[in-house]
Design a protein around this ligand. Structure first.
Ligand code: ADP
Ligand code: MG
Length: 415
């Protein structure tokens, strides 16, 4: 047993009723009642297929959207249709999570049947715990309605939702308190990849950190520098801007306003300390780009105009980053180098992604927008590993134990 967590190999699943938590959360088109992407659904197919072929009775638990992402807060009904198509086998949907209808249905399942329950976040205990101050311990989560109603009907709990492994919620951490539990194939694969990246990356190991998730980025930076995992960290996006500002370099008033408006002002101090401690490891942009009158303009650090907002790294920086990526053995990327959604400010991101496609290094990309960039620049087949779990990956790289990992370790002790 690796990581103290059981896998599908540790169980005889034939004829067993398995609660399988998957992450198939996707952007939805509410008007049409369809999904805008099915990438995550595809990713959990191997686990589903394997358990189905081994004759298990599968009860799928999943969430869709949340109260803070309300436009995507929706039933999982469309997902059942996509699952059925991908599996070439009927996945039945029931518009109930743990009420009498769901319970009756689960009791009537036969070997090889697959049932998808409705959005687990329709049950208030799952939703109330979402990023809120109310926090239930894992023991308390075992007392929630969802776990009390469903656990007695099941023999096993398997979690394949690596993308949600940083969430401390009943459907993810409660069942492991009362049922023998393990991880599915996707969870296993993603957890192994990132664990190996943390433990023994091939050298030189380069991190490319951009985007706009500042608190995660700086926490991650600190962890991987302290632990000596990253040899170099190439910075861009808002992350790079904050580092430059912390050194007193002008990045344009528009960018400063954006940092303050986003409540990231405090990170200027964090960035300053970090850069003072690791000046040889943290690489800063040497030029920046901005848009003026609809046209891309560039300026070297030191001569950036006061009144602009810089929204991309410049072409000199892009070239420099390209070279470093090409001569690395491991490259981990989270966050674009600029506002790549706009053609004027996509140069930096495109250059980095081109280098990811060309380098011989083992490449890992994580994060929602980073995956969008990977698709946009057609690098999907060229990246060694695309992690479906952006949030979980980042939380893991910040050095925190993931709640679901902790729960699964507990569940490994239950016979
Ligand atoms: P990921 O989803 O890959 O983890 P983030 O969510 O952290 O990445 O960041 C992506 C967002 O950051 C994109 O929408 C992009 O437009 C924005 N962004 C990148 N560079 C800048 C910048 N210099 N200023 C403002 N926003 C930026
Ligand atoms: Mg994002």
């Amino acid at each position: 047993m690796r990581f103290g967590i059981k896998t599908i190999d540790d169980f005889d699943v034939k004829g067993k009723t398995i609660l399988l938590r998957i992450d198939i959360n996707q952007p939805v088109d509410r008007e049409k009642g369809t999904l805008k992407s099915i990438a995550r659904i595809k990713a959990c197919i191997p686990t589903l297929k394997e358990l189905n072929e081994k004759g298990a009775k599968l009860v799928l638990l999943a969430h869709q959207g949340s109260d803070i992402e309300y436009k995507n807060f929706y039933t999982t009904q469309p997902h059942a249709k996509v699952l059925s198509e991908l599996l070439e086998k009927e996945v039945e949907f029931i518009p109930d999570v743990c009420g009498p209808a769901a319970i009756e249905k689960i009791k009537s399942l036969k070997d090889g049947d697959i049932l998808l329950l409705d959005n687990v976040r329709f049950v208030s205990e799952e939703q109330t715990l979402f990023e809120m101050k109310l926090q239930l311990s894992h023991e308390e989560q075992a007392q929630t309605l969802l776990v009390r109603k469903l656990a007695p009907l099941a023999d096993l709990y398997i979690c394949d939702a690596f993308a949600a492994a940083h969430r401390d919620q009943p459907s993810l951490c409660g069942f492991e308190q009362v049922l023998p539990s393990g991880m599915g194939r996707l969870f296993e694969k993603e957890y192994c990849v990132i664990s190996e990246l943390m433990e023994s990356p091939a050298r030189p190991c380069t991190f490319v950190l951009g985007g706009a998730k500042i608190s995660d980025a700086f926490m991650m930076m600190e962890t991987v520098l302290k632990a000596g995992i990253a040899d170099k960290i190439l910075t861009g996006g808002l992350v790079g801007n904050i580092l430059l500002a912390s050194k007193g370099d002008n990045i344009g008033q528009g960018s400063i306003d954006f940092i303050m408006k986003s409540n990231y002002g405090e990170y200027i101090e964090v960035a300053k300390k970090l850069y003072e401690e690791y000046p040889d490891n943290i690489v800063l942009p040497v030029d920046l780009a901005y848009v003026e009158g609809g046209v891309r303009k560039e300026a070297e650090i030191g001569s950036v105009p006061e009144d602009i907002g810089s929204t991309d790294i410049g072409s000199k920086t892009a070239e420099m980053y390209k070279e470093i990526i090409l001569s690395s053995a491991t490259v981990f990327v989270n966050g674009p180098m600029g506002v790549f959604e706009q053609s004027e400010t996509e140069l930096g991101t495109k250059a980095v992604w081109d280098a990811l496609g060309d380098t011989k290094a083992y490449t890992v990309v994580g994060g929602g927008d980073s995956i969008t960039a990977t698709t946009k620049y057609e690098k999907t087949a060229l990246i060694s590993y695309i992690c479906t779990g952006g949030g979980a990956l980042i939380r893991f790289l910040t050095g925190e134990e993931l709640p679901v990992v902790k729960a699964l370790r507990h569940g490994a002790e239950i016979e």
